[in-house]
Every structure is written in structure tokens, then in C-alpha cells.
Design a protein around this ligand. Structure first.
Ligand code: SAM
Length: 245
């Protein structure tokens, strides 16, 4: 039986496997996604940062170390929220153990809202984007990453646990729920096209500033063969937008 995002990460086996994968050398999160995100948001000094679906909040600890004014992570999985609280112990960072659909966003309270690899677990993004818009101060920035729509379209050609070499793209314009076997569990995700994400930002009122696909850069990899393999399939889509003054 497939599970929605936060419940999926609360499964003991999934949680343990995810944490192991996330800390692996040359994990795509560290070699591809994170460098692309950092390029769009640094410097973080003096910024009030909200991180939606913060996971273990490791990046929050880094941001505070680099002078962020504040960091709040919102996390729907109890296990992950506990890991985040532990990660932020001894810092001023806070964790709110709630889903990003249910949290009451304070008005004009943040300079940067980040949402890394969480939005493809959310069925209805329009209210979340509206809340992000309201919670940003004037000229605030919204940066998010999602699994690349090429990946969420269809995973028929891939067996979980094997290395991705090539990829079948199918049903691309049939958006909506997808069920995927991953990390030893079965998860429910939502497929949207690149155009959908772009259009949703525009209709919310954001000024779109950048679109990235986390193109591999050799200097971020320990293993050149992994770098070569990562040049084959796009794994992440990243968008950056501003709330105009
Ligand atoms: C792939 S992990 C990414 C974690 C972190 N952002 C990172 O990049 O390291 C996705 C995270 O989003 C959380 N999540 C999924 N759906 C959520 C929701 N609706 N509300 C809050 N958190 C959610 C999961 O529990 C998980 O911690």
C-alpha cells in the first residue's frame, strides 16, 4: 500500500535507508541538487530562512553557521522532525513538526523560503505557493527543487535499487498521482510538467528569476564514472522566484 510523503518517511526501513543513501559519497543530492540551490541563494548572512520539508535540517545548521538571522524548518515526518531537532541542538534553529499544507504561515516573516524535494509529495500546490508568497517579505526569494518531471512522468523502465542508466519518458502530459517503489517502500508522488511549475509561480504573483536542471559539474564528484553517468538523465528541476516590492 503506497504512503503519502510524511508517512512514507516515518516507516522504519524507509527512514533508515533514506538516511544511509543521503549520507553516501556522491549522492545526487550533494553533487547535483545542493550546489545548484546554493548558487541561487548565497549569501545567506542576515536572512530569515524558512525551509519546507526540511528533512534532518543539516542545511539549516550550515546556514546559521554562515550568519543566517534565523532558520525554521517545517517537517511532516515525526522521525525526520526528531532528527532535525537533534541536528539543530545548540543553535537558534527551530523545527515545526507539521505538514507544509497545514502550518499557519506568519505574514511577511521571511527573506528566503526554501523547499527542497518536497513539493512533488503535495497534491495541491496552489495554496502552498500562496502561503509562501504571503509569508515572504517584499523582495523575498522562493527557491525550490523537485524530482525532474522526466523522472516523475513514469518509472516503468527502472527497477528500484539498480543504477539509473537511461530513462523511459511516458504519459508526460497526464499529470497527477504516481506510485513508485523506492527505498524499500511504496510512495505516492505527484507528477507535474515543467510548464505547470512555471505557470503556478507566475499565477501566484512571483517574478521568476532562474530555472536550473542541476547540470553535473565534475568538481563536485569524487568518482569520475558517476559524473559521466549523471550526464545522461536530468534528476532535478530547480526554480527561483522573487516577490516584487
Ligand atoms: C526527499 S526528503 C528532502 C529533505 C530535505 N529537504 C533535503 O533536501 O535534504 C523529503 C522530505 O519532505 C518531507 N515531506 C514530504 N511531504 C511533506 C509534507 N506534505 N509536509 C511536510 N514535510 C513533508 C519528508 O518527510 C522528507 O523529510
Amino acid at each position: 500500500m503506497e504512503k503519502a510523503g510524511p508517512n512514507f518517511y516515518d516507516d522504519d526501513e524507509v527512514f533508515a535507508t533514506y538516511m544511509r543513501h543521503r549520507q553516501r559519497t556522491d549522492t545526487p543530492n550533494e553533487t547535483l541538487e545542493k550546489p545548484a540551490i546554493l548558487e541561487l541563494i548565497v549569501p545567506v548572512a542576515n536572512k530569515r530562512i524558512l525551509d519546507l520539508g526540511c528533512g534532518d535540517a543539516a542545511i539549516g545548521k550550515e546556514f546559521l553557521h554562515h550568519g543566517a538571522a534565523s532558520y525554521i524548518g517545517v517537517e511532516g515526518s515525526q522521525k525526520m522532525a526528531a532528527a532535525a531537532i537533534q541536528m539543530l541542538t545548540g543553535t537558534s534553529g527551530r523545527v515545526i513538526p507539521q505538514t507544509i499544507e497545514d502550518w499557519s504561515y506568519p505574514p511577511e516573516a521571511f527573506d528566503l523560503v526554501l523547499a527542497r524535494l518536497v513539493l512533488h509529495y503535495v497534491a495541491d500546490l496552489a495554496p502552498v505557493f500562496n502561503n509562501v508568497f504571503q509569508t515572504l517579505a517584499a523582495r523575498g526569494q522562493f527557491v525550490f527543487s523537485v524530482e525532474h518531471p522526466v523522472i516523475t512522468s513514469c518509472d516503468r523502465g527502472w527497477r528500484a535499487g539498480t543504477l539509473r542508466q537511461d530513462w523511459v519518458v511516458d504519459d508526460y502530459f497526464s499529470t497527477g498521482v504516481r506510485v513508485a517503489d523506492w527505498l524499500g517502500g511504496t510512495v505516492q508522488k505527484y507528477h507535474r510538467t515543467i510548464e505547470d511549475y512555471f505557470h503556478l509561480l507566475q499565477t501566484t504573483g512571483f517574478q521568476i528569476e532562474a530555472l536550473r536542471e542541476a547540470r553535473p559539474q565534475l568538481n563536485h564528484f569524487h568518482d569520475p564514472q558517476t559524473y559521466e553517468r549523471r550526464k545522461r538523465i536530468p534528476l532535478f528541476l530547480i526554480l527561483s522566484a522573487h516577490k516584487s516590492a
